[in-house]
Design a protein around this ligand. Structure first.
Ligand code: SAM
Length: 275
């Protein structure tokens, strides 16, 4: 499996992140490596990587102060280069750092970096990808900011999805705000217009809410044609913080995910259990 040498401090912005960020990159790097290795010679009109909440390209782990590659730079260093990297980042300084860092890599991939709101820029990204291409989309906002409509837009391309789903991090902390205050709350936008999450919440005992929300989210994504789902619990201080959800329309994609996910970030080939 591909191992990347650690990044160096280049003087540009380096956001500080928790250890869980490294854990999600563990799965992303392994999937990218296995996916591009398996697919680069196949019949697709190109392999494309989409990262709608791309970050600055390098991160610093809060506790250890170690530097870690961000998701787009992991994709840029794939052993078999993607034909295109399609990246979006809202923050100006991060977006500038990302563009600069990408230019210093020797990637053969064509690069599209857009600054702005992912839920708007997704249209521009999708239209710049050939319709018969195979894509991997890494969708990694800080909280409930990935609109269901954005997934719908992505669904016109053949794309495996790796989605950050902050159920404990955001839904559980803020559900009252979402429940009472606003029919177009973040949670409504993430779940989609026809997802009765309030009804699910009302009919489910509190200790089952998280499982019920995960089930509802998967059901919503399945409506877009996705048939295969897996998820990884990403913990912090011994508790799951959020899910990393893998979605595919292909048995091959999910087979690859299952294989790479056998190895957990703590280097033990064990399953993390979460109720
Ligand atoms: C969790 S960080 C991304 C980390 C990156 N994916 C990685 O793994 O290295 C989320 C990023 O999304 C950006 N962001 C927040 N809201 C956004 C939006 N609506 N559209 C695009 N980017 C956004 C933030 O500035 C931040 O850099």
């Amino acid at each position: 499996m591909l191992e990347l040498p650690p990044p160096k401090d280049d003087g540009l912005i380096i956001p500080e992140v928790g250890q869980w960020s490294r854990d999600k990159h563990h799965f992303l790097l392994r999937y990218i490596d296995a996916f591009t290795t398996a697919m680069h010679k196949k019949r697709w009109a190109g392999l494309h990587y989409i990262d709608l909440f791309a970050g600055a390209g390098i991160e610093r782990l809060k506790k250890s102060k170690q530097l870690d590659w961000g998701s787009p730079l992991i994709a840029a260093q794939a052993r078999y280069a993607f034909d295109g990297l399609h990246l979006c980042e809202f923050d100006e300084q991060r977006c500038h750092a990302l563009g600069t860092r990408l230019r210093t890599t020797k990637t053969k991939s064509e690069i599209q970096v857009l600054r702005g709101n992912a839920n708007e820029k997704v249209h521009e990204i999708v239209t710049s990808i050939p319709s018969r291409a195979l894509c991997l989309a890494f969708l990694d906002p800080y909280g409930l900011h990935l609109d269901y409509e954005t997934l719908k837009t992505l669904a016109v391309r053949r794309a495996d999805l790796i989605i950050f789903f902050p159920d404990r991090l955001d839904i559980l902390r803020n559900w009252e705000t979402y429940y009472w205050d606003n029919p177009k709350s973040n949670l409504d936008r993430v779940m989609g217009p026809d997802a009765d999450w309030r009804g699910v919440r009302d009919s489910t005992p509190r200790n089952r809410w998280l499982k019920a929300f995960l089930g509802l989210y998967r059901t919503q994504i399945a409506k877009l044609g996705y048939t295969e789902f897996e998820q990884e619990a990403i913990p912090s201080t011994g508790r799951r913080l959020y899910w990393l959800i893998f979605c595919s329309r292909s048995k091959i994609g999910v087979r690859i995910w299952r294989k790479i996910a056998l190895k957990k970030p703590d280097k033990q080939n064990t399953f993390y259990f979460d109720a």
